[in-house]
Design a protein around this ligand. Structure first.
Ligand code: FAD
Length: 509
C-alpha cells in the first residue's frame, strides 16, 4: 500500500531523532527521555485541536514518543475545518501550527479510519503503549418536543456541517424559502448561524463557504432571525466578539425589547469584567435602537434579527399540510436563582411564532466510541482525572470528549496540555509500562488492508489542500472545499497509475 513519503521518512528518522534529552521546558515538566529509552508508541484518536495539541506537547517534551493520529474524516483538523464559521478565517490560522506538528518525523496522520468501526480499541491497545481519545462531541442534544422531526427543523451541527462541507451534511438542502427563521439557543454557534443566514452574499463569497450553500443562501428568502433563549440577558452564553459582529452586520437591523433590560444597569456593575462588557454592549445596542440615527438605519435595512429572552420551546407547529414547520410554540419562563446559575421555570403563558425554519443550537454531545471505554452517559463524556481515563490504564482523553462540549480552541489547548502532562508523568513514574515494544501503525495498517480501508496520509491531505486552494483562487475565495472525499481517499491509496491520473485530471477540471 502506498504510504506518504513524510510518514515513511518519519519511520526512518525516528531512530535518529532521540538524541536530544534532558532539556528543561516551560511548563514545569522536564524532558526526560534519553537515547537509550525505548520508543513510546502513542495513538491519538481524532485530529481536531485536542488531538493536535496533545501530540504537540508530547513531541515537544518526550523525544522517544512516536505518534499516530487516527481520524475518521479523510481530512484533518476537526471543527476547525467543519465547525468554525467561514467568515472567521483568523481562527483557522491555528491549522498552520497543527501542520508543523503533523510534519514532524515522529508524527503521522491517518485519515479515513473510524476507530470503533474500522479498527477496535482492543486492537489499538495491543499495538500502542498509550491511547489518547480526542474524538470530540459530534452528536446533537435533542429538543425532545413534538414536531422535532418535521421538515425544516435542523440541528445546528448539521447546518454548520452543510455550509462547511462536512460530507454527511452535503445533501441537507435546508428550507430557506420562508422569511422567518428561529434559532434555539443563546451561544456562539447560534450567533454564527444567524450571521451566516443574514450576511450579504458578497461578504460570504470571499470566504471558504461551500459553493452549494452559497448558491442556496443566494436564493434564500430568510429576512428575519429570532434567537430564542430560556433565560435572560445575564445568562447568555455567547461572547462579545460574536455579538458585536451581529450588531454591525450590514443591511440588518436589530430588534430588542427594552423591557428585557430594565433594571440591569444596576446589576451589571458587580459582574466580572467580560460579562459586564457583554451586557453593557447589549444595553447600549438596545438604547441606540431608539435613537433617531438608528431609526433611520433601521428604516433602510432589509433584514432583521432579535434576541428573544425567557422563552422555552414547547412544540414545533406543523404547516397546513402537516409535513413541514409552520411555527413554534414557546413557553414564557421566569428565573429562579441568581445571576449565571439562575434556572428557567416555565409559566402558563405561551407564545406562538410563525416561521419556516427552526435550528436547534442547544449544544453538542459526545458518544461512546467502543463498549470497552468507560463512558458517562449522563454527562456525555469519558470519566477521567486530569485526562487519565478512570479504571483504564494506558488510556487518556483530551478536548471536548474529556470535559464536555464547551470552550474555545484555547481552552481545548490547555486541557490537552494537561492530558499530555499526565502521560509524561505516568511514563516518568513507571505507572505506565512502556518496556515491551509495540507494533504501532504497521500492525494496524495490515489489518486495515485486509478490511479494504484506504487511509489518507498527511501528504494525501496536502494534495487535497493544494487542489482546494487552487480551485478557491479561481473563485476569489481562500479555498473551495472538496466534498467527494471518498474519491480522494481512493486516489490517495493508488500509485500514480491510470485510474488516479484520471481522477486527478477530473478533479482539477
Ligand atoms: P473536534 O474539533 O470535534 O475534533 C474531534 C475529531 O475527532 C474530529 O476530527 C472527528 O472527525 C474525529 N473523530 C470523531 N470520532 C472519531 C472516530 N470514531 N475515529 C476517528 N476520529 C474520530 N472555537 C474558537 O476558538 N473559535 C471559534 O470561532 C469557534 N467556532 C466554533 C464553531 C462551532 C460550530 C463549534 C461547534 C465550535 C467552535 N469552536 C470555536 C470551539 C472549537 O471548535 C472546539 O473547542 C474544538 O474544536 C474542540 O476540539 P476537539 O479536538 O475536542 O474536537
Amino acid at each position: 500500500m502506498f504510504r506518504s513519503s513524510v510518514a515513511a521518512a518519519g519511520t526512518f528518522l525516528t531512530r535518529h531523532c532521540r538524541r536530544t534529552s534532558h532539556g528543561a521546558c516551560g511548563t514545569g515538566i522536564r524532558m526526560f527521555s534519553s537515547v537509550s529509552d525505548p520508543e513510546i508508541k502513542v495513538c491519538i484518536v481524532g485530529s481536531g485541536p485536542a488531538g493536535f495539541y496533545t501530540a504537540q506537547h508530547l513531541l515537544k517534551y518526550h523525544k522517544s514518543t512516536v505518534i499516530d493520529i487516527y481520524e475518521k474524516q479523510p481530512v484533518p483538523f476537526g471543527l476547525v475545518r467543519f465547525g468554525v464559521a467561514p467568515d472567521h478565517p483568523e481562527v483557522k490560522n491555528v491549522v498552520n501550527a497543527f501542520t508543523q506538528t503533523a510534519l514532524q518525523v515522529r508524527c503521522s496522520f491517518h485519515g479515513n479510519i473510524t476507530v470503533g468501526k474500522d479498527v477496535s480499541i482492543e486492537e489499538l491497545k495491543q499495538a500502542y503503549h498509550v491511547l489518547v481519545l480526542s474524538y470530540g462531541a459530534e452528536t446533537n442534544r435533542l429538543l425532545g418536543i413534538p414536531g422535532e422531526n418535521l421538515q425544516g427543523v435542523y440541528s445546528a451541527s448539521s447546518l454548520v456541517g452543510w455550509y462547511n462541507g462536512l460530507p454527511e451534511n452535503r445533501h441537507l438542502n435546508p428550507e430557506l424559502n420562508n422569511e422567518t427563521a428561529v434559532i434555539l439557543g443563546h451561544g456562539n454557534v447560534a450567533l454564527d448561524i444567524a450571521r451566516i443566514l443574514l450576511s450579504p452574499i458578497d461578504m460570504l463569497k470571499k470566504t471558504d463557504i461551500t459553493a452549494h450553500s452559497l448558491e442556496a443562501l443566494q436564493n434564500s428568502k430568510v429576512k428575519r432571525v429570532v434567537i430564542v433563549g430560556r433565560r435572560g440577558p445575564l445568562q447568555v452564553a455567547f461572547t462579545i466578539k460574536e455579538l458585536r459582529e451581529m450588531i454591525k452586520l450590514p443591511d440588518t437591523r436589530l430588534l430588542y425589547d427594552p423591557s428585557d433590560f430594565e433594571g440591569l444597569k444596576h446589576t451589571v456593575k458587580d459582574l466580572p469584567r467580560p460579562r459586564r462588557r457583554l451586557i453593557e454592549l447589549m444595553i447600549k445596542a438596545a438604547l441606540e435602537m431608539n435613537s433617531e440615527k438608528e431609526a433611520e438605519n433601521r428604516g433602510a435595512a432589509t433584514k432583521e434579527w432579535c434576541l428573544r429572552f425567557l422563552r422555552s420551546p414547547l412544540q414545533i407547529i406543523p404547516s397546513d399540510d402537516g409535513k413541514r414547520v409552520g411555527g413554534i410554540r414557546l413557553s414564557v419562563t421566569k428565573l429562579e436563582g441568581s445571576a449565571e446559575s439562575a434556572k428557567a421555570i416555565q409559566t402558563e403563558d405561551i407564545e406562538d411564532l410563525e416561521c419556516g425554519l427552526v435550528l436547534s443550537s442547544i449544544g453538542y454531545k459526545s458518544h461512546p466510541i467502543d463498549p470497552s471505554v468507560p463512558f458517562d452517559q449522563r454527562e456525555g463524556l469519558i470519566p477521567n482525572k486530569l485526562g487519565r481515563v478512570l479504571h483504564a490504564p494506558g488510556m487518556y482523553c483530551s478536548g471536548w470528549v474529556k470535559r464536555g462540549p464547551v470552550g474555545v480552541i484555547a481552552t481545548t489547548m490547555n486541557d490537552s496540555f494537561e492530558t499530555a502532562d499526565s502521560v509524561l508523568q505516568d511514563v516518568k513514574s513507571g505507572r505506565l509500562d512502556v518496556s515491551a515494544s509495540k507494533g504501532g501503525f504497521k500492525v494496524i495498517e495490515a489489518l486495515l488492508e485486509q478490511r479494504g480501508i484506504c487511509p489518507v496520509s498527511f501528504s494525501g491531505w496536502k494534495k487535497i489542500d493544494c487542489f482546494e486552494v487552487a480551485k478557491g483562487k479561481k473563485a476569489g475565495k481562500p479555498r473551495e472545499k472538496l466534498i467527494m472525499l471518498d474519491l480522494v481517499s481512493y486516489w490517495n491509496c493508488q500509485p500514480w497509475s491510470p485510474p488516479s491520473t484520471w481522477l486527478v485530471v477530473s478533479l482539477l477540471e
